[in-house]
Structures are given as structure tokens and as C-alpha cells.
Design a protein around this ligand. Structure first.
Ligand code: RB5
Length: 144
């Protein structure tokens, strides 16, 4: 299951990602915001995404705020969450291959929509590299 979350800074891009996943028949849960509200606060939408991702190792999250920075800070406070702030397709691929990221964070005010949709596709289809050095590094990074 893919969990989506955004504040007003990420709302337009979240809606585009939502439509993109729907078109592909990918199962997702929209954790909001479901309307544009300039007074909303990104941590409120990080929480349900994090809970969803933590429920099953195969689950993924996509969090979007204006820069992607706030949501990545908030998400990475949680055990079992490896949230990666990504700016292009290579970041999205390497976040999976080298970091086993389970949450993709995007800056809705800074990323081209078409690029962001490609990043989502790549993030969802790329596996963690089996080379043990990446597992060792991530275990150390996450203090597991
Ligand atoms: C909201 O204006 C903005 O601060 C938020 O979307 C995000 O960029 C925070 O990191």
C-alpha cells in the first residue's frame, strides 16, 4: 500500500500523483490534506503516512510539502522510517538502491510535475541493492 500525505505547499503535486497512481491501478491511501488549506500544518499529515508505512515492510509513503524538508524531518523521527528528500530521478532511484528508503519526500514548489511522476514510478519499482555494504551502512545509519 502506498500512503500519500501533503500540506498546502504540496497539495497540487499530491493531487497529480494521486491521479497518476489511480490511472495505473496502484493501490494507495490518501492521508490528506484532501483540500487546499493554506493554514494547514505538515506534521499533521506526516503522522498517518508514517503509521501506514510502519504497518508493513512492503508499504511505501510519499510526502510532499513546499520544499520537502519539513516532511522529511518529521518522518525521520519515527523508528522504521527512512525518508529521503529527492530532487530528481537519480535521487529517487538511489534512495531505494543505496538507502532502502521507504518514504519519498518531494518539494511541491520546486519540482516539475512530469519529473515528479517519473520519480514516483522509479521509487516504487526500484529494489534495495543486495550488496551487503548497503545494508550494513543503513543499519548503522538507523542505529538498528
Ligand atoms: C508551508 O508554507 C511550508 O513551510 C511547508 O510546506 C514546507 O515547505 C516546510 O518545510
Amino acid at each position: 500500500m502506498i500512503y500519500l500525505g501533503c500540506d498546502h505547499g504540496g497539495f497540487a503535486l499530491k493531487e497529480a500523483i494521486r491521479a497518476h497512481l489511480q490511472k495505473q491501478g496502484v493501490a494507495f491511501t490518501d492521508c490528506g490534506n484532501t483540500v487546499y488549506d493554506s493554514g494547514d500544518n505538515f506534521p499533521d499529515f506526516v503522522e498517518p503516512v508514517v503509521q501506514g508505512v510502519r504497518a508493513d515492510q512492503a508499504n511505501r509513503g510519499i510526502l510532499i510539502c513546499g520544499t520537502g524538508i519539513g516532511v522529511s524531518i518529521a518522518a525521520n523521527h519515527h523508528q522504521g522510517i527512512r525518508a529521503a528528500l529527492a530532487h530528481n530521478v537519480d535521487y529517487a532511484r538511489l534512495a531505494r538502491q543505496h538507502n532502502n528508503a521507504n518514504v519519498l519526500c518531494l518539494g511541491g514548489r520546486f519540482i516539475d510535475q512530469a519529473v515528479a511522476l517519473t520519480m514516483v514510478d522509479i521509487f516504487l519499482k526500484t529494489a534495495f541493492d543486495t550488496n551487503p555494504k548497503y545494508l550494513r551502512r543503513m543499519q548503522a545509519a538507523c542505529k538498528e
